[in-house]
Structure formats: structure tokens, C-alpha cells
Design a protein around this ligand. Structure first.
Ligand SMILES: [Ca+2]
Length: 393
């Protein structure tokens, strides 16, 4: 028993059998049991090492995986091997702090048009913005690179760029944009974080655009690309094809990380309401954690897990996990499995220890879960059922 407890509280969790069941109630996470959970039948397989702070990945129809590295490189993995040569033609990025080359996605009709989409921080320490670029990928390089969106205002510093991408079934693209940074960072004479409530600013929003960056006809606010607002810094977003729900995870300041069910036109509260505290002073960001008219999170994580990467799992490799959400955790160094009921409430959570900062989690076309770890020697890791043979190659 003591050994089990040591394992739970050791930062160097090594046993792949160790799992921690966590139930969430009003933001309080309770450890209820350890070891031998219902999900200890998985195993980790390190597919690739030597990635420098990888941030996101996407599968092409031919099975290649494109992976972004935050310093500004786009890499390609073929049959579990990393091409030593980066893909040419990536736009210049502002690779400082949280900035750099961030998300990557492919157009829903990639097989016909070869379009890929990248998000990145552009500019310098004094003036920078999150951008979305579209380019044609010819197998070795990008061409016809075109910036199709950039945040409305430049900001200073190197925090809170967002910027996850998500295609909706109607062919429009959601882009999550961060609030711009922590206090004392200012914009327009006030804390920049307050821009999350400003419907004239893209900061602290999810925006929705057409595949060429233009404004869809049916966005919730007139002549605006804003889809939802009041977000601090979304680092994970995923679509549930069964219920057509959009889920997103965002970082709080100290504690108060959130999982939100995203609906068009809604206000998610930041920084008017929050369960998080200010760094340094540990004072609440707001006296209120909830207010009528502002959408409450479905789960709050305090202490912070620093969620990054989110996927709604629909694969066949883990039948028991179908319909679950998986959120990566940077600080927690695990992935969080979340069970969702029909009404969209989270009814159970489980931590799957990884032992490295998890930047992204995705489902591959053949139904495995893949992770990227945010390390100088970052890894691409595949989660497989423990009984799965290693004869895939
Ligand atoms: Ca919120």
C-alpha cells in the first residue's frame, strides 16, 4: 500500500500499470483509487524521438504524419520514420516563449487540393499576432503560402497565442485565439486579458472562417469572425461527430483550467468569472466563479493540469474508450480520459500517466491514440492495447 502511495505522489511515475481514477465535483478532483483500474490494458510505444518541442500533428490520406515543431519546422513521418529533412517553405515564425509554429490541419478535401493550414505567432517581441496560413503541400515543400487570417490587433510579449484549428462539418474552420497574456501586460490602456470580453477584438475568442479566410454568412455576430468569446487560452479543441458537439480545453492562470462545451455566440466568462488565481499573489482572478448568462465549464481542474491537445475518441482499437474525451496535460504529465454522458456532463475521469509534458493528443485514422511530448527531445508516442502485437511494420 505504501509503495502504491509512493507511486501516486512520486513525480517520477514509472509503472505503466499505474492509473489514477479521479472524479471531479465542482472543480475538486478527488483521487479515489489507484492501480489495476479498468484501463490498464494499454501500452506506450515511442514511435519517434528527437522532435524539438513538437506542438501538433495531422495525418495525410497516404498515411504520412505532419508534425509541427514550435521553433518553426514542419516535419514528416512515413511508416514510423522521421524524415531528417524538414518541409521547406514554412513561413517565418516568432519563436519565443509560447510563440512559434503551432497547429497544423489539412483541408477536408486535401486529396484534391493539397491544402494544409498552419497557425503561428508572427512578428517580434514588441508587436506580434497569431496568424493562419494556407499552403499547397507538394510532398516535399509548401508553395502558394497565403496568410488567410491574422488577429485584429498586435500585442507585445510572448504569451497566449492559442491556437488550435478545428474543421466543422459545414467546411468552415474554427481557430482558437488566446487572450494575449498575463498581467501586467496591457493593450489599449488596460489589462490585455480584458480583450476576451471585447467583441471588436479577436483576442480571447474562437473565430470561425471559411477555408479561404473569408467571413461565413451565418456567424453569430454581424460582420464578425467571432464564434464564441471569454476564453483565456484554448490549447485543445475537438468535435464529437455523434452529437455534433465542440469541446475545448483552456488554461486558467493558477488553477482553474477548464473543459468547455462550445456553442455559437456564447460567452465563456474570462476574466469576469474564473476559478483561477493570479500568479504570484494567489488572489482570485475574480470574486465570482459563475454568473447568469456566462457559460460554466463542464470540468474545472485545480490544481492545473495545463491541458493541451484534445480528442474525442471514435476508434475501434479501444472499444471501451469510444465516446470518451482525451486531454493532454503539460504540467500533469498525463492524459486525462473523460467520460461524457448523453447530456454532455462529465461523469468520470481517469489519469493515464505519461511522465512527460503532453502537448497534443490525437486519434490516428486506424484508431490508435497518439501523443506529442513538449520536450527538447520530444517524442511521438502511440498508445496501443497491451495485447496488441508489435508486428504492424
Ligand atoms: Ca470560463
Amino acid at each position: 500500500m505504501l509503495n502504491s502511495l509512493n507511486r501516486i505522489f512520486s513525480p517520477l511515475v514509472s509503472s505503466v500499470l499505474l492509473t489514477i481514477i479521479i472524479s471531479s465535483c465542482q472543480g475538486t478532483n478527488v483521487l479515489t483509487s489507484a492501480n489495476n483500474s479498468q484501463t490498464n490494458q494499454w501500452q506506450k510505444v515511442t514511435v519517434i524521438e528527437g522532435l524539438e518541442h513538437p506542438w501538433s500533428m495531422v495525418w495525410l490520406p497516404n498515411g504520412e504524419i505532419l508534425i509541427t515543431e514550435r521553433p518553426g519546422r514542419l516535419r514528416v513521418v512515413r511508416e514510423d520514420k522521421l524524415d531528417p529533412k524538414a518541409i521547406a517553405g514554412v513561413p517565418e515564425v516568432f519563436a519565443v516563449g509560447q510563440g512559434g509554429l503551432l497547429d497544423v490541419a489539412i483541408h477536408p478535401q486535401f486529396a484534391q487540393n493539397r491544402w494544409i493550414y498552419l497557425t503561428y505567432a508572427h512578428g517580434d517581441q514588441e508587436a506580434n499576432r497569431t496568424r493562419v496560413a494556407r499552403a499547397v503541400y507538394d510532398g516535399t515543400s509548401l508553395r502558394d503560402v497565403r496568410v488567410i487570417f491574422e488577429v485584429s490587433q498586435a500585442k507585445t510579449g510572448s504569451q497566449h497565442f492559442g491556437s488550435r484549428l478545428l474543421w466543422l462539418p459545414d467546411g468552415t474552420l474554427l481557430v482558437a485565439i488566446g487572450d494575449g497574456g498575463n498581467p501586467p501586460l496591457q493593450l489599449a490602456g488596460d489589462l490585455i486579458r480584458k480583450q476576451a470580453q471585447n467583441l471588436q477584438s479577436h483576442l480571447g475568442k474562437i473565430i470561425r472562417i471559411n477555408d479561404d479566410g473569408s467571413l461565413p454568412k451565418d456567424n453569430p455576430f454581424a460582420d464578425s469572425k467571432i464564434w464564441s468569446y471569454g476564453h483565456r487560452n484554448i490549447q485543445g479543441i475537438s468535435f464529437d461527430p455523434m452529437t455534433q458537439r465542440v469541446w475545448a480545453t483552456e488554461h486558467g492562470a493558477k488553477g482553474g483550467d477548464e473543459l468547455n462545451l462550445i456553442e455559437k455566440g456564447k460567452n465563456y466568462g474570462w476574466p469576469v468569472v474564473s476559478a483561477s488565481q493570479e500568479y504570484g499573489t494567489n488572489t482570485p482572478v475574480s470574486r465570482e466563479e459563475s454568473r447568469p448568462g456566462l457559460i460554466d465549464p463542464k470540468t474545472i481542474w485545480t490544481p492545473a493540469i495545463a491541458p493541451s491537445g484534445l480528442v474525442f475518441y471514435t476508434g475501434n482499437r479501444f472499444p471501451n474508450w469510444q465516446g470518451n474525451l482525451f486531454a493532454g496535460g503539460l504540467v500533469s504529465r498525463h492524459i486525462r480520459r473523460l467520460e461524457v454522458d448523453k447530456s454532455g456532463e462529465i461523469i468520470n475521469q481517469e489519469a493515464i500517466p505519461i511522465g512527460q509534458r503532453v502537448r497534443d493528443v490525437r486519434q490516428s485514422p486506424d484508431g490508435f491514440l497518439y501523443l506529442l511530448t513538449d520536450e527538447g527531445n520530444g517524442q511521438l508516442i502511440r498508445l496501443e492495447p497491451a495485447s496488441h502485437s508489435n508486428s504492424r511494420s
